[in-house]
Design a protein around this ligand. Structure first.
Ligand SMILES: [Zn+2]
Ligand SMILES: [Zn+2]
Length: 126
């Protein structure tokens, strides 16, 4: 399958990204790499990549669609409401959570959990 330049560009950006990327940030990065796709093209490409299991949408903003690559271990996010820092966090044991859900007779496929608050710097004795 032949990939479009936008696909290649997005793949490269996600590869070096250290945090989830809002569509606006992705657009800026694509422009910097010499591409000039419009927003709709980028949205469509992201939806396609999501359906292929390459990226997933992260619920850290109600206003900006934000994505990250599906590559590393299952994790959640700590989002600072003041400075916007996003940190990955791996929960030690989610089996109790999954057992509770199974007890409801529900078969979970995926879950997303983002925790909002203040990071160490922003929350420090203030
Ligand atoms: Zn989890
Ligand atoms: Zn902060």
């Amino acid at each position: 399958m032949k990939h479009t330049p936008v696909y290649e560009g997005l793949t490269a950006i996600f590869k070096r990204a250290r945090k989830p990327q809002a569509v606006g940030e992705l657009l800026t990065a694509l422009y910097k790499s010499g591409l000039q796709p419009n927003k709709t093209t980028v949205y469509r490409q992201l939806e396609k990549m999501e359906s292929e299991g390459l990226v997933r949408r992260v619920n850290i903003s109600d206003t900006n669609a934000t994505y990250e690559a599906v590559s590393d271990a299952h994790h959640h996010h700590l989002v600072c409401e003041r400075c916007g820092e996003v940190r990955d966090i791996v929960m030690k044991d989610e089996s109790h959570l999954l057992r509770t859900i199974a007890a409801e007779g529900f078969a979970p496929k995926v879950h997303k959990l983002e925790i909002f608050g203040l990071c160490k710097e922003c929350g420090a004795d203030k």
